[in-house]
Design a binder for this molecule. Structure first.
Ligand SMILES: Nc1nc2c(ncn2[C@@H]2O[C@H](COP(=O)(O)OP(=O)(O)OP(=O)(O)O)[C@@H](O)[C@H]2O)c(=O)[nH]1
Ligand SMILES: [Mg+2]
Length: 245
């Protein structure tokens, strides 16, 4: 199968080159699939795209989309997903952050579950063995954990980490059934994850959560903010009311 790792970046010059190297070394351990990297850069002013172009000279399985401007995490991922399916003929894709908060070593664990017949594999911080960075402030830990629980209860989901950014989606029969339209997605930013998760679950995916430890950012700055928390609440409630009416 062809599996595309989609990585959105905005000012990740410090980490992206090293991340591509780390992923390429992991790919050497995955012989049964064709692995590809697709980076969607929000026209970063720090030279992220240049660092990626340097790596494209070494590796021939790295694609780069440069957006006109930073449009939000959700918009970057949706552009990447469309490209992966329509231009790269992906059978599955993996959402992966560009700041080393996700461990490249987890890629093969996600793929093992695809091989086991699962359609949707979530890297989960909230199942036994999973976790968040130890130095996250107490309120951030609480908000993240209870946020996921809130989404689970309101939307009647079986999953425990409902805002995870590391997951694998099977295209055929599932992702390709979604009317994926930039204007229909309920959030252009981080909360798009809740909407896509909900829609994938409605399609009847066979879902598996595997434990992951979310790492601390090594360099660069976070782009998530208080606005993303409010949007997550709005998206969850609007899905709840849509479901009922
Ligand atoms: N192209 C693009 N990439 C983005 C945008 N927002 C965030 N990113 C990238 O998406 C990935 C995840 O964003 P982060 O800001 O790290 O979000 P987060 O991991 O929820 O927040 P932290 O834990 O604070 O790092 C990173 O690689 C960012 O560079 C955007 O608007 N456009
Ligand atoms: Mg991050």
């Amino acid at each position: 199968m062809k599996i595309v790792i989609i990585i959105p970046t905005y000012n990740e010059k410090e980490s992206i080159g090293e991340l591509i190297d780390a992923l390429e070394s992991e790919f050497l351990l995955i012989s049964s699939h064709e692995m590809h990297i697709l980076i969607v850069d929000g026209n970063s002013p720090d030279g992220t795209a240049e660092a990626i172009k340097q790596k494209q000279k070494i590796y021939h399985n790295v694609d780069l989309i440069i957006e006109k401007e930073k449009r939000g995490l959700g918009m970057a991922y949706i552009a990447g997903m469309k490209y992966a399916v329509n231009h790269l003929n992906a059978d599955a894709f993996i959402e992966f952050d560009g700041d080393f908060q996700h461990d490249p070593k987890d890629i093969k664990r996600l793929i093992a579950e695809l091989d086991n017949g699962y359609d949707y594999v979530i890297g989960s911080r909230y199942v036994a063995g999973g976790g968040v960075p130890g130095d996250w402030a107490f309120h951030r830990k609480l908000l993240s954990k209870f946020g996921s629980l809130f989404i689970k209860l309101v939307l009647s989901l079986p999953t425990n980490d409902n805002t995870s950014g590391l997951k694998l989606s099977r295209v055929k029969g599932f992702f390709d059934k979604l009317p994926l339209d930039e204007n229909k997605i309920l959030s252009k930013r981080h909360a798009y994850k809740i909407h896509l998760l909900y829609e994938m679950m409605r399609l009847g995916v066979k879902v598996k959560e595997i434990p992951i430890v979310f790492l601390e950012r090594e360099s660069g700055n976070s782009k998530s903010s208080f606005e993303d928390i409010i949007e997550s609440l709005k998206v969850t409630l609007s899905l709840f009311f849509k479901k009922k009416f």
